[in-house]
Design a protein around this ligand. Structure first.
Ligand code: NAP
Length: 242
């Protein structure tokens, strides 16, 4: 059976992606940082749908932890090659740059940009050997447009967009596609502290999006049908142009 690894699969957009990939017939590897209860809920939802799910907690920003977890996975489950990787794990630590400390800068760059590198490098090897793979990176409107108060997050997401375009060209001949999805404002735990009433007036659709609206395009890019799309960034933002 083929499997799909979703980083940050325990909540929000990642959870919705796990459920979409289950519908496509993939066994889903749910990565998360610490929220085991939420990850188990997603596993149970997948099993209720008749799917197969595994929990694989690790910190995407920790190179050794990533290698250890994925090496362990490959050793324990050689019959479940990872065909899809969705780099989705993330969070924000917003502040105006003038007040931003080193930790808030480095931790956000590490979680998003280094995390993308550590996990993708590890999973890519087998995709290249098997001559098939789909990598989808969840980036952000912030990485395209830049948002004030998010220099750390915008830099990290813009970095992943650059890496998406470069890697897409490196691996295209091996049938591995690399694309990015850039959500605008989406209802999840990550945006629960934002003032939706004020922000939605900026959005032509006059509402925040749902995790499912992001997951459906991630699933399409992860599907066989998206075979001639690579190096693209697709916005899912209700018309909030960059
Ligand atoms: P969320 O609901 O807060 O969920 C975050 C997920 O990431 C959780 O599963 C969390 O695990 C996991 N995670 C956080 N740090 C991690 C780490 N270092 N290692 C492994 N897993 C980690 O967030 P979300 O809104 O769904 O966001 C998902 C992605 O979409 C992020 O990359 C975010 O930047 C991007 N995005 C979101 C929005 C939005 O409006 N929501 C907009 C643009 C882009 P635990 O449950 O264990 O904490």
């Amino acid at each position: 059976m083929k499997s799909a690894l979703v980083t940050g699969g325990s909540r929000g957009i990642g959870r919705a992606v796990c459920l979409e990939l289950t519908k496509m017939g993939y066994a889903v590897i749910i990565n998360y940082l610490s929220n085991e209860e939420k990850a188990k809920e997603v596993k149970a939802m997948i099993e209720q749908q008749g799917g197969t799910a595994f929990l694989l907690p690790f910190d995407v920003a920790d190179s050794e932890a990533v290698d250890k977890a994925l090496l362990g996975w490959e050793t324990d489950y050689p019959d479940y090659p990872i065909e899809i990787l969705v780099n989705n794990a993330g969070s924000r630590k917003d502040n105006l740059m003038i007040f931003m400390d080193n930790e808030d800068w480095h931790s956000i760059i590490a979680m998003h940009l280094h995390g993308f590198f550590y996990v993708t490098r590890r999973v890519l090897k087998n995709m290249l050997i098997r001559r098939y793979g789909r990598i989808v990176n969840v980036v952000s409107l912030s990485g395209l447009k830049g948002l004030p108060g998010q220099t750390n997050y915008s830099a990290a997401k813009a970095g992943i967009i650059g890496a998406t375009k470069a890697l897409a060209q490196e691996v295209a001949r091996k049938n591995v596609t690399v694309n990015a999805v850039a959500p605008g404002f989406i209802h999840t735990d990550m945006t629960s502290d934002l003032d939706e009433t004020q922000l939605k007036s900026l959005i032509p659709m006059n509402r925040f999006g749902t995790a499912e609206e992001v997951a459906s395009i991630v699933a399409f890019l992860a599907s066989k049908q998206a075979s001639y799309i690579t190096g693209e960034v697709i916005s899912v933002n209700g018309g909030l142009y960059t």
